[in-house]
Ligand binder design. Structure first.
Ligand code: GDP
Ligand code: MG
Length: 176
């Protein structure tokens, strides 16, 4: 398939985290440069495949979004199967979504066969007036758990590309 120089790389990356933290909007921003101010539960597609240029090669990232089942804490093992990377997203304006990161991390580790490249993502950093989770708290937790860390805004685009790129790049270099 293709020019034989890259399309061999296909990495599954799952996006998890509490409901309404902005998972679907991060994906929409990254994959289609779109943002939805009142997005309902994700409808339709379960993943999007994005082509990224890493180290001069074409790498395909298969980015999985939940269909709203996280509301019932009912993300299935099929969702995690074969994943080599993950973004665990919380909302910097809702402390509870940060406190729940530990549970998501447990679930992720329970379901994965391999060590996943995992990034902790503090989303909605555009809402600085409403912030409940200091940047340092996110960073410290991430360091303790061996996770990458970034704060993002799907609204104003801050670090959205960087988040997905860094994860896929890290996967690429740990698999080649
Ligand atoms: P999901 O349930 O985790 O997939 O969250 P959604 O992507 O559906 O977003 C939930 C709500 O948060 C929606 O009203 C979005 O418009 C809003 N939202 C998502 N990302 C951001 C962001 O970076 N900044 C702000 N201000 N709102 C956001
Ligand atoms: Mg969603």
């Amino acid at each position: 398939m293709g020019d034989g120089r890259g399309e061999d790389y296909l990495f599954k990356v799952v996006i998890i985290g509490d409901s309404a933290v902005g998972k679907s909007n991060l994906l929409a921003r990254f994959a289609r440069n779109e943002f939805n101010a009142n997005s309902k539960a994700t409808i339709g597609v379960e993943f999007q495949t994005q082509s990224l240029k890493i180290d001069g090669r074409e790498v395909q990232a298969q980015l999985w979004d939940t269909a709203g089942q996280e509301r019932f804490r009912a993300v299935t093992s099929a969702y995690y199967r074969g994943a080599v990377g993950a973004l665990i997203v919380y909302d910097i304006t809702r402390k509870l979504t940060f406190e729940n990161v530990a549970r998501w991390l447990d679930e992720l580790r329970m379901h994965s066969e391999t060590i996943l490249v995992t990034m902790l993502v503090g989303n909605k950093c555009d809402l600085s007036d409403l912030r409940e989770v200091p940047t340092d708290e996110g960073k410290t937790y991430a360091e303790a758990e061996g996770l990458m860390f970034l704060e993002t805004s799907a609204l104003d685009t801050t670090n959205v590309n960087a988040a997905f790129h860094s994860v896929v790049k890290e996967i690429y270099f740990s698999y080649t």
